[in-house]
Design a protein around this ligand. Structure first.
Ligand code: SF4
Length: 739
């Protein structure tokens, strides 16, 4: 007998609904759930492989401890005993800041991964926190934090209603979208054009998305900020600005007008490689459109002016009157969203020890992680131990060879992961995480970035093997060790304590829907048992659509989510300003001082001459998902995907034939990789995908190691955007020669 279950896919930001046919614990088929309220049956090749991931014999099923250089299976109690025995003296001698934590991207796709690392970190109290955010989207958090008062108050393009979409550095037809959650980008972009709208893509490469747009505008890598400043310049100079309904709610318009004054289309033309008339035309189109949204993604963020570009994206949305209105750039309102205080946002509350880089959102740039481990000076505070949670920074973060060396030098490394991979091979203890089909799912992260308000909960499809703890229990137990309570601490008591604090702070908060209620009553009335589902029930019930613990009997609860396997549609995005703003002024701060202070650095970039040579950019592929899914045979079979794309004319000039091996080098490292010649990339630009390089000794990825590819991060130098600390991965100067 087979059964059918429905759940949302946790692999990427699109959150597609899946229909899973299974027999007992064996997946027979996965296809898109046609009744899903958001994805309506859309699915990509990755979503159909969740069963293969669950069955993968390389996926870890028991903890491993490294003994005499080899990882051997042990019981959970043995693993935690080793952690306690080896971590306690490090903490006692060097303090909690000697233990670093790296959080990988999969954490944001997991309920426990979102909620419980922060509990563990509170128990550890280290300032040495690193994550994949600083190789990805930190500039957006910074600009949103400074402009709107909260780093998670990020506007998303209202693509289902917009008349004009200007996208920079984004390739959602391969990535399935990012910082803008929308299943079926191909269909939604096509719909813009079908209703008479226009899609313009600015990118150094004619990506799949660019090819599907009305216009593709090639731009030199790393110069998006200049182009965006020039668009704003035209709007101010031509008198085309209009704040619309935000009039009276925006501070700093004059300051921005002054800041962009020098960035005329003519001044930036050579650096960007875009004719000034074209820039003027796009600015006028933006201003004239019935509604328009400017959207910049990873290509704009992983650049030396990432925060400036991210800032100017939303400046353009504001000054064209398109922020917070239908068809413009809008704010989601997730079912679990809680009131946010008007505290504003700060960066640099502490600095990294070696390179003096600023803290952002409580974390330090991962580009300096190797420095913090390897460099004895200046002062005390060198990292002696690391905990990595669902991350593979050896492949996904800059200057990989040096980080590989740094992790090998640690006194102790503990990892929570599905695999013995290129990073966890350094771990002294590996604790296996749960297969995605064996944990419940609700998208805490991406329902806050969704182009439509939707709530979708999926219970675990299959049970965890007997004796295997849930991920929240692993993290709490680790927290107990880190805080000196030991691995035998009662996790139920700890979890009740954590949940009690959550309830207590809500009833004390005047803006909470349960302000003043009896915390014990709320505690007792919350469903979901222990762990993340109890927290979900609480957050949804106290959220904007919740039942408020009785104040709105028709409101959302976990039980209602459980009864809605295809999700609950909460409607299109609605205007939320000024109420949602968290700036102390209650206004949109269009001209934050920190960003104005960086304008002169950007202006200096207009004088850079294009002097030949190559610059490297990244690349997405719909079958790949950072470094995660390369051990799934159907996703890595077929043509070689890890190639260096190079313009055909450049290849001919170098004497490189299609498929020939080329040597690519930067000051950080060197790679040998097959060349893929194409007319779809600008001359002088080459492109490599990231997340590859599965040929390191000690990793146990039997499929990935057959077609390992090369690790593009061996070429990245550790340079950062100085405001956000985000790594500069786009626009790296490289040399290319036949191998
Ligand atoms: S697009 Fe993303 S969410 Fe949808 S099926 Fe593919 S991996 Fe899953």
């Amino acid at each position: 007998m087979t059964s059918t279950a429905y759940r949302s896919c946790p692999l990427c930001e699109a959150t597609c609904g899946l229909e899973i046919t299974h027999r007992d614990e064996k997946v027979i088929r996965i296809r898109g759930d046609r009744d899903d309220v958001f994805s309506h049956g859309y699915i990509c090749p990755k979503g159909s492989t969740l069963g293969k991931l669950d069955e993968d014999p390389d996926r870890l099923r028991s903890p491993l401890v490294k003994r005499d250089g080899k990882h051997v299976p042990v019981t959970w109690d043995e693993a935690f005993a080793v952690i306690e025995q080896r971590l306690t003296p490090i903490l006692a001698e060097h303090g909690s800041d000697s233990v670093g934590v790296y959080l990988g991207n999969p954490n944001v796709h997991s309920m426990s991964g979102i909620l419980y690392p922060r509990v563990m970190l509170r128990m550890l109290r280290t300032k040495a926190i690193f994550s994949a955010s600083t190789v990805d989207q930190m500039p957006k958090h910074v600009s949103a934090g400074l402009m709107f008062g909260h780093p998670d108050l990020i506007p998303v393009p209202d693509i289902d209603r917009t008349a004009y979409l200007l996208m920079l550095g984004a390739n959602p037809l391969e990535s399935n979208g990012s910082l803008a959650t929308a299943p079926d980008w191909p269909g939604r972009l096509e719909a813009i054009r079908a209703r008479g709208g226009r899609v313009v893509v600015v990118d150094p490469r004619r990506t799949k998305t660019a090819a599907a747009a009305d216009q593709h505008l090639p731009i030199r890598p790393g110069t998006d900020a200049l182009f965006l400043f020039a668009l704003a310049n035209v709007l101010f100079e031509e008198g085309l600005t209009d704040l619309g309904d935000l009039e009276g709610h925006v501070a700093g318009v004059e300051e921005v007008a002054v800041a962009v004054e020098a960035f005329t289309p003519e001044v930036v033309a050579e650096a960007c490689g875009i004719d000034s008339a074209e820039t003027r035309r796009i600015a006028c189109e933006l201003a004239a459109a019935d509604s328009a949204a400017v959207y910049g993604r990873i290509g704009t963020h992983t650049a030396e002016f990432g925060t400036m570009a991210s800032w100017m994206v939303d400046v353009l949305n504001v000054i064209t009157g398109n922020l917070d209105r239908s068809g413009g750039a809008m704010f989601s309102n997730a079912a679990h969203e809680q009131p946010r205080a008007r505290r504003g946002f700060q960066v640099g509350r502490w600095m990294s020890r070696v390179r003096n880089l600023p803290e952002v959102r409580g974390e330090l740039p991962v580009a300096t992680l190797a420095d913090e481990i390897l460099e004895p000076e200046p002062g005390p505070g060198r990292l002696r131990a690391m905990i990595t949670i669902a991350g593979n920074p050896v492949l996904s973060t800059p200057d990989s060879d040096r980080l590989d060396e740094a992790l090998a030098s640690l006194e102790l490394m503990v990892s929570i992961d599905l695999y013995l991979n290129e990073t966890t091979r350094h771990a002294d203890v590996i604790l296996p995480g749960a297969s995605p089909l064996r944990r419940p799912h609700y998208d805490f992260a991406f329902s806050q970035l969704s182009v439509r308000n939707v709530a979708n909960y999926s219970p675990a499809l299959f049970p965890l093997p007997e004796g295997t703890p849930d991920e929240w229990q692993i993290l709490l137990r680790l927290g107990a060790v880190l805080s000196g309570q030991g691995p035998a601490a009662d996790l139920d008591v700890l979890d009740d304590g954590v949940f009690g604090l959550m309830v207590g702070s809500a009833v004390a908060d005047p803006s909470s829907r349960i302000h003043g209620r009896d915390p014990e009553e709320v505690f007792a009335a919350t469903g979901g048992g222990r762990g993340p589902e109890r927290m979900l029930d609480f957050l949804v019930r106290t959220g904007p659509y919740g039942d408020g613990y009785g104040t709105d009997p028709d409101g959302l609860t976990l039980r209602r989510l459980q009864a809605s396997p295809h999700g609950i549609d909460l409607g299109p995005l609605r205007p939320r300003l000024p109420d949602a703003l968290c700036t102390p002024s209650g206004m949109v701060e269009l001209a934050p001082d920190l960003l104005l202070a960086d304008v002169s650095r950007l202006l200096a970039a207009t004088n850079r001459k294009v002097n030949g040579g190559f610059v490297l950019i990244g690349r997405r592929d719909v079958r790949s998902n950072n470094s995660w899914m390369h051990n799934i045979d159907v996703l890595v079979s077929g043509r070689e995907r890890c190639t260096l794309q190079i313009n055909g004319d450049d290849a001919r000039r170098l004497g490189v034939a299609p498929g020939q091996m080329v040597k690519v080098s930067s000051p950080a490292g060197m790679l040998i990789v097959p060349a893929e010649t194409t007319a779809d990339i600008m001359p002088g630009v080459v492109s490599l995908p990231h997340g590859w390089g599965h040929d390191l000794e000690g990793a146990e990825l039997s499929v990935a190691s057959v077609r390992p590819g090369v690790n593009s991060n061996r070429l990245s130098t550790g340079a950062t955007d100085p405001i956000s600390g985000n790594a500069v991965l786009n626009g790296i100067r490289v040399e290319v020669v036949p191998a």
